[in-house]
Structure formats: structure tokens, C-alpha cells
Write a protein that binds this ligand. Structure first.
Ligand code: ADP
Length: 163
């Protein structure tokens, strides 16, 4: 699998699937989650309600339509909320492993990822990058392209420096 980094907005990525940094309720939120629901339109929330009546556990992943976005699917993952005491790093690496497993179920060959947990959830950005890259590299998958989408120049430089 090829791993690349671009600077940009996850919602604009024209790949098979984009990953959402969601929360356990799966009913929308801020950051990446807010941007994805805004860009995808109401079909994303409608699919969340239908497919995830009880939300999703921390570390897990599940898919919905991408609605109006160029991607075909959203793969929602729930990263650990470090600010709320979820400090177990395996919950973060699980998000990337589970996202690739869901991509394989869907037959998605190209997937865009944000830096899960590195925003409101407070995971240190350098370790969030390391967790993402080591898990993407170490997980067997049929996905051919994993694109890390850096939100801003400093995130781009951080990811590019570790790639
Ligand atoms: P979490 O709650 O898992 O921490 P956030 O959405 O708050 O998720 O942030 C995760 C990361 O995504 C942060 O590094 C943030 O800068 C970045 N980010 C925020 N909006 C976007 C976007 N539209 N596209 C890509 N990355 C984004």
C-alpha cells in the first residue's frame, strides 16, 4: 500500500472513502466530524441513525454513505478522547486497523485519513502521526492508497517529516 500526505480538507478528497474522526454517539460534532456532515449533507446523519442506533465504541469503525461529497463512503472511527482520560494508545491504532478492515469489506481501494484524536480529543500530534503511520504500514489490506490529509502547513510538515 502506498502512503502519501496532502495538505487540505478531508471532505474534498476524491477517493473511494474518507475517514471521519467521529465520537461514540455518531450524531455529528465539531472538527472533521462537523465538516463531513456539512459537506455530505443530511444523508450522512440519516445513515448514521439507521446503521448505528447505539453509536459506536471507542476504537471501532463503521461506514455510511458520503452523501454529496466526492468520495463514495465515509468510514467513521471513534478515536480515544485523551482529554476525558482515554489514554490507551491501542484504542488509537485500532481506529486505523478497523478503518482498513471496513475499507476491505466495502472494496474501497483508496482511503483518505485525518489525524484521528489529534484535535479536540487532545492526543499529542507527533504521536498521533506515528500511531497512524505505523498502523497503516503494519496492517495487511487490499487498500492500495492511504492518503493522510493534513489540515494546515504545520500538520503537513509533521506528517511529511515522518513518512
Ligand atoms: P478528534 O475529536 O478525534 O480530536 P478533530 O476533528 O477535533 O478530531 O481533529 C482531528 C484532526 O483533524 C486535527 O488535527 C484537526 O486539525 C484536523 N482537521 C479538522 N478539520 C479538518 C478537515 N476539514 N479536514 C482534515 N483535517 C481536519
Amino acid at each position: 500500500m502506498e502512503i502519501e500526505v496532502v495538505e487540505g480538507d478531508i471532505t474534498a478528497q476524491d477517493l473511494d472513502a474518507v475517514v471521519n474522526a467521529a465520537n461514540r454517539a455518531m450524531r455529528g460534532g465539531g472538527g472533521v466530524d462537523g465538516a463531513i456532515h456539512a459537506a455530505g449533507g443530511p444523508a450522512v446523519l440519516a445513515d448514521c441513525l439507521r446503521r448505528f442506533p447505539d453509536g459506536l465504541a471507542t476504537g471501532d469503525a463503521g461506514w455510511t454513505t458520503a452523501g454529496l461529497m466526492p468520495a463514495r463512503w465515509v468510514i467513521h472511527v471513534v478515536g480515544p478522547n485523551r482529554k476525558a482520560g482515554e489514554t490507551d494508545r491501542s484504542l488509537l491504532t485500532s481506529c486505523y486497523r478497523r478503518a482498513l478492515a471496513v475499507a476491505d469489506e466495502l472494496g474501497a481501494r483508496s482511503v483518505a485519513f485525518p489525524l484521528v484524536s489529534a484535535g479536540v480529543y487532545g492526543w499529542p500530534k507527533d504521536d498521533a502521526v506515528d500511531a497512524a503511520l505505523e498502523t497503516l504500514r503494519g496492517t495487511p489490506t487490499d487498500v492500495e492508497l492511504a492518503r493522510m490529509v493534513a489540515f494546515g502547513r504545520s500538520a503537513y510538515d509533521l506528517i511529511a517529516g515522518r513518512l
